[in-house]
Ligand binder design. Sequence first.
Ligand code: EPU
Length: 422
Amino acid sequence: MDKFRIEGGYPIGGALRVGGAKNAALPEMAACLLTAEPVELRNVPQVKDILTMARLLAHMNVEVSGPRADGEEARVDLRAATISHAEAPYDLVKTMRASVLVLGPLVARTGYARVSMPGGCAIGARPINLHLKALERLGAEITTEHGYVEARARRLRGARLLFDRITVTGTENLMMAAALAEGETVIENAAREPEIADLAVLLNAMGARIEGAGGATIRIQGTSSLHGATHAVIPDRIAAGTFLVAGAITGGNLLLRGVKPDHLGAVIEKLTECGVVIRVENSGIRVEAARGLKSADVSTEEYPGFPTDMQAQYMALMTQARGTSIITETIFENRFLHASEMVRMGADIALHGNQAVVRGPTPLTGASVIASDLRASASLVLAGLAAQGTTIVDRAYHIDRGYERIEEKLQELGARIERISG
Ligand code: EPU
């Protein structure tokens, strides 16, 4: 298993282009199942989860080419001319929960889908009951047997539905299914993440009629067929946020190109409150080190609130801030596994249920630590960049799921980080 070795204590600086959003590209790849015509996606990040989705689609007989470099961007060409088996097998689902995104499009296009139930994962139980309940509202007959969900419907029918709880991939699954349903679907209490709005842009380019995506109420007029389209994926706001923290935690000066500052509102606001200097310039977002980083409390919320996917990175930063910060995690029930690893590096963090109390600043010293999930591993790399001495972050595969060649990008910015293959 690959590891990262980091020599901490050096500021990073320079300019960096942020790639496309993994969490937008994944549902957009699944959307190719809705049409027999080609779908071409640009600005797709070359990360492990994208390769897993490509494998999953290829398993169903989708012609997949890419992701491959096309100038500065990477593109993927997809064509689901015929779908041979409408199935997401356990082997792929267990490595990536987002595989469940094929459920809605498959049942809408072929009338049948068989998807392995994702189990719990490091950050929480993460059930898919809301996806299933919503598909049932559209007329799908759902059964679960032998660890698989099967969904059947001759033709889905539009319906009004209200999600009991905001779910990102649940909203995406439903939006895709409803695009090919008969009649109108209205989704209330929809997730408002920019990735949802971006998926709607693609679906509308494919001939769907979706209004209101990005807001709490989404209206979809179903249609009997969709066609091919070309679409550029939005920039990755979480990768961008991670690099903002990298700049701040190392006392660096960094320009991030190819980002959408609007998508980072809560993150920029919180970092600014902590004394980090962030300027939105024509060419991107610039982050400069804070003089006297100060603590601030934060609570994760659904978009447009502070993202749970930035909580671990923010915790790393708070270990270096003056004062006490209370970090409340409201989205996932077990997303603090990075805290105990940071404590091993010298941080002062106490956990009380869904709250972490971080007292800073504490000098961090390099240690061997284990990454437990994607964002936790990013936070440990950040802590390593700020620590004195050598940090080894084990299980680098977690970070490869969602960050493109992170060690090369950080090296270009002057960080001393290398991958140890093994
Ligand atoms: N939930 C249910 N039932 C459901 C669906 C969700 O109880 O049927 C609960 C979850 O257990 C969780 C909450 O609702 O407590 C919100 O989960 P959500 O469904 O919104 O999460 P997700 O769609 O599975 C996406 C991202 C995650 C990100 C969350 C929250 C993708 C592919 N994944 O997951 O990204 O943390 O939204 O913003 O879009 C990551 O990139 O590292 C990552 C984990």
